[in-house]
Design a protein around this ligand. Structure first.
Ligand SMILES: Nc1ncnc2c1ncn2[C@@H]1O[C@H](COP(=O)(O)OP(=O)(O)OP(=O)(O)O)[C@@H](O)[C@H]1O
Ligand SMILES: [Mg+2]
Length: 200
């Protein structure tokens, strides 16, 4: 009975994480792996609170948000990630620790402090970054929505992308060009993940 693997998908809002995470978990299951999809923020108590807070508050507080995301992650890890890893699952998480680092880091918080308050989070076995320009990510998010929503966030999204790319250089990320078509990206990601799973 092997220990599982934690594979996380990271990137801007609209970069294609959910699309690729679902395809990846499905493809792994089709190949006989025990694999599951999970996401942050969770749909448990703190996750719901976060969604409410983030969508409603006019004035943002990066510290408050970082603490809430960490609390939600604590519940995610305790209730979902660790139990599944123990049972040998490949856990595919749509956002994880590096989302906190990128977003709250882009809001000006120290990455060291964010890492500290997330000390309990198991280290991912692979971090997949879907890199797209902020403009493209926003365009995808706004497709079919009323115009005028979200444009104020473009400069923030650019900052977030910068933090992601810096971390990708410093740590061992698997970075993919998120502008490629869904199917092509999926095959590339699956190829890298299978390589990793066969190594162990
Ligand atoms: N490679 C791609 N090329 C073009 N469009 C894409 C691609 N991947 C996803 N999309 C589309 O972009 C939109 C956002 O995709 P998705 O929901 O997967 O992104 P996300 O990273 O999960 O966003 P969020 O962080 O907001 O949850 C969807 O309409 C999706 O169909
Ligand atoms: Mg998503």
């Amino acid at each position: 009975m092997g220990k599982g693997k934690l594979i996380v998908l990271e990137g801007l809002d609209g970069s294609g994480k959910t699309t690729q995470a679902l395809l990846l978990a499905e493809a792994l299951r089709a190949r006989g792996f025990k694999a599951c999809y999970t996401c942050e923020p969770t749909y448990w108590r703190v996750g719901d609170l976060l969604r409410l807070h983030v969508s409603r508050l006019k004035r943002r507080s990066p510290v408050y948000e970082a603490l809430l995301f960490a609390a939600d992650r604590y519940e995610h890890v305790a209730r979902e990630v660790r139990p599944k890893l123990r049972r040998g699952y490949v856990v595919v998480s749509d956002r994880y620790l590096h989302s906190s680092l990128a977003y709250q880091g882009a809001s000006g918080l120290s990455l060291q402090w964010i890492k500290r308050i997330n000390f309990f989070a198991p280290k991912p076995d692979a971090i997949i970054l879907l890199d797209v320009p902020a403009e493209e990510a926003l365009k995808r998010k706004l497709k079919g929505k009323r115009p005028g929503k979200g444009f104020e966030s473009l400069s923030f999204q650019r900052k977030v992308r910068k933090v992601y790319l810096k971390m990708a250089e410093e740590e061992d990320f698997l970075t993919f060009n998120g502008l490629k078509p869904v199917g092509e990206l999926h095959r590339e990601i699956l190829g890298e993940v299978l390589k990793l799973l066969r190594k162990h």
